[in-house]
Each structure stands twice: as C-alpha cells, then as structure tokens.
Design a protein around this ligand. Sequence first.
Ligand SMILES: [Mg+2]
Length: 256
Amino acid sequence: MEKYSWWNMKFKGIIFDFGFTLFEFKDASVKKYLESYKIGLDKSVAKLKEYKVIENQDTEKLFINTFIKERNSNFKNSIKTKREFPTHILFHSIFKKLGLRSLSHERYQELADLYHFHEEQQWIPLKNTKKTLETLTNIKDLKIGVLSNHPNHNTIENLLKKYDLYHFFNIVVTSAKFGMRKPDPGIFHYTIKQMGLKDPSLCLIIGDEYADIMGGYRAGLKTILYKRTIRFPFEQEIKINDYIEINDISEILNHI
Ligand SMILES: [Mg+2]
C-alpha cells in the first residue's frame, strides 16, 4: 500500500465510467453489438416510413447504406479527434446529405432513441453496482458522477432510471452532451466542475479501459481500473502504473 500513499486522502468526488464498469452488456461481443445496431436501425427506418420520409425501397436502401457508411467514418474520426458525433446529429446530417424533408430536433432525437433502443435492452447493472452506490451515498460530502462515452445521452439516463440508480448520482455526463470523448481531459474537468468541485486530484475515476485511466490520469485524477474478464479487439495498452486494479466494483470501498 505504501506505493499508493495518496490513497489515504479524503476524496471529494468519485466518477464512474458506465459500460463494463457499472453495467455490462449481455453476452458481449462485436457481433452482438452490430446485431443490436442493425435491429435499432430497422426500427428508425420503420418510423421514417410512418412519417412518409421513406416511401420506396430505393430510398430505404440508400438511407441504410448512407447511415452505415457515415456512422463508421464518424466512429473512426472520433477515435482520432476525440470528437463525439451524437446519433441525433448523425440522422440530421444524413437527411441533409440525401436532400430529405427535414424534421424537428425532437424527431431526430426520437430516431436516435429508437436506434439505441435494442442496445439499451442489453445493458444490465453488475451484481454489486447498487450495493456499492448505496454505501457510497452514505459517505458525507462525497459527490458521485457518471462519465460515459456514448453517442446518445438518453440511453445512459434511461438505463440508470430503469434500474433505480439515477438518484445516486449528482451528475451524469456523456460525450454526446459534452461533444468530446474520453480520454480528452476536457470532459473530465467538465464533469468535476458539474459536481461543484475544483481540484481533480481529490477525485477518483473508475473505469475499465484506456480512455478512463489515461484520460483521468492526464486530467489529474486518481485512477482505478476495473479488470473486466472479457477482452475486446483493438484495446489500447495503459502505459502508466500508478493506478489501482480491482476485480469487483465493491472493492473500491477499500480504497476511499
Ligand atoms: Mg467502459
């Protein structure tokens, strides 16, 4: 423990990553992700037929192909630039690109919510998430936040509400709302400010990957890596060693 003498400090803020930290994706795999997005896109397209924006098979095909192409290129760009492309903006941009009759902001948001609807059903809280949050809320003067890289803010809020976890948090920040993604240090500083705090070194970030740990470290926070059991392709290596590893979310209680 000596190596981590800063652990003995009194933290003022604790920030959780969402995916694979507070929640897990049922039977996670790249294939399952893609499947949920396909089902989601079908739902959005069905809505566009209902609105008579898509009225024939050619437009439908063109819409789907353009959407997938733009989504993939946005995703690649977001890794390079850390900029987030929220899903409602993606829908709007495809409308413009294809010269379709434009809709209200609420309608683009509705399409985005439908697109993420099936994905939303796959996320469930980890076994000890609720119990750990309950214990943390009993600590006096500790602010608790969620910081998620997700292109649709509603998805994260809906899930926290669905499982009765929303009230544990002082703030829920997503890259969709902020405009930049972790590991951009700006999104960490923004979250801390939203929690009513100033000093990043009095805050902890708990996450399961490079973006959480390297981003948090560069932004001046203390970092805890939750070692999930499943591995993903193209994971970036964490190049620092002053972080703590835990194997269960409840273990953070030993460190604050
Ligand atoms: Mg995560």
